[in-house]
Design a binder for this molecule. Structure first.
Ligand SMILES: NC(=O)c1ccc[n+]([C@@H]2O[C@H](COP(=O)([O-])OP(=O)(O)OC[C@H]3O[C@@H](n4cnc5c(N)ncnc54)[C@H](OP(=O)(O)O)[C@@H]3O)[C@@H](O)[C@H]2O)c1
Length: 284
């Protein structure tokens, strides 16, 4: 599909993020060919990665090989809690840019609110780290800056402690996990809501309700989940390492879910979280 067919969402930074991107998780592996295919055949222009996924060098190579111009691309990467703190955050961003082979990032996210800097409270550590992101933004190295997995109280604290309100918050979002209070908070505060795990890591695809709706529309369960997410205005980043699935996941702009079906999918919400972190992240 043409890039022009993927709508964008305005951020308070003044930049526009494509509503649909390609996830690049380390779990399940990385496929160079699939990323190349996404860029050259599917019109994908938004890539979501992280230092933690360990693939920034390979993503950089694929971008280079694809021939897609830097200015046509939206590149998000994330700062791991082990690199929090002012100096570390600045260095870590520059290292990510180097690995990706770029001189600026479209979006740089603090990966988790869990923060540990010796002698500081978690709140102070987050604020100090965020100040580094504000400076990277000011210098144009990060065109937009944001956070991931932040809850309302983390965002409230950041608002009190810092100057720039995060441009985006990326959080788990799928039919079994629809954190509406957080979505509403973000919208009230001009923070774009980004959703990860839109397919519930594949678990939503076997649900009878999703399968029934998919059958009614002549679409696949993955397309229904992605359409539901984007139709809710959520920046959505399904991940696949398979070319045919990436193609399928991009074909979500040629149909519309009726309100009744949107509500039916939303009613599956059971606050089920798939991403659990049980160890101190800063040690990882
Ligand atoms: N900020 C954070 O803390 C955070 C946390 C988790 C994820 N993320 C981001 O969100 C992205 C997506 O999340 P995710 O990978 O955890 O979950 P997901 O996108 O909900 O699901 C990915 C799983 O679904 C399979 N799949 C993809 N398309 C399919 C299709 N059309 N039909 C059937 N199966 C399909 C994939 O397998 P194959 O690869 O084999 O196709 C993979 O096992 C990640 O890549 C990452 O960029 C961010």
């Amino acid at each position: 599909m043409d890039r022009s067919k993927i709508p964008t969402v305005p951020l308070s930074s003044g930049h526009h993020i494509p509503l649909l991107g390609l996830g690049m998780s380390h779990s399940g592996g990385y496929s160079h060919n699939a990323l190349l295919y996404a860029l050259t055949k599917c019109g994908i222009r938004h890539i979501d990665t992280a230092k933690r996924y360990g693939n920034e060098v390979m993503v950089g190579k694929a971008i280079c090989e694809s021939g897609v111009k830097r200015e046509e691309l939206w590149l998000t990467t994330k700062l791991w809690p082990g690199d929090y703190g002012y100096e570390n955050a600045i260095q870590s961003c520059l290292d990510s840019c180097k690995r990706l082979g770029v001189d600026y990032l479209d979006l740089y996210l603090m990966h988790w609110p869990d923060a540990h800097v010796p002698g500081k409270s978690a709140r102070e550590a987050r604020a100090e780290t965020w100040q580094a992101l504000e400076e990277l933004h000011e210098k144009g190295i990060c065109r937009s800056i944001g956070v991931s997995n932040f809850l309302i109280h983390h965002l409230d604290q950041l608002k009190e402690d810092c100057y720039v309100v995060p441009h985006l918050n990326q959080v788990e979002y799928h039919p079994f996990q629809k954190p509406q209070e957080l979505v509403d908070y973000c919208r009230r505060n001009n923070i774009v809501f980004g959703g990860y795990c839109p397919l519930a890591k594949g678990q939503a695809l076997n649900h009878p309700t999703i399968q029934k709706i998919a059958k009614n529309y002549g679409k696949t369960p993955a397309q229904i989940c992605i359409r539901w997410s984007i139709q809710n205005g959520v920046v959505t980043i399904p991940k696949s390492t398979k070319e045919e699935r990436i193609q399928e996941n991009c074909e979500v702009f040629n149909f519309h879910l009726e309100q009744e079906d949107m509500d039916c999918i939303s009613s599956l919400n059971s606050n089920r979280k798939l991403i659990h972190l049980t160890y101190p992240l800063w040690r990882g």
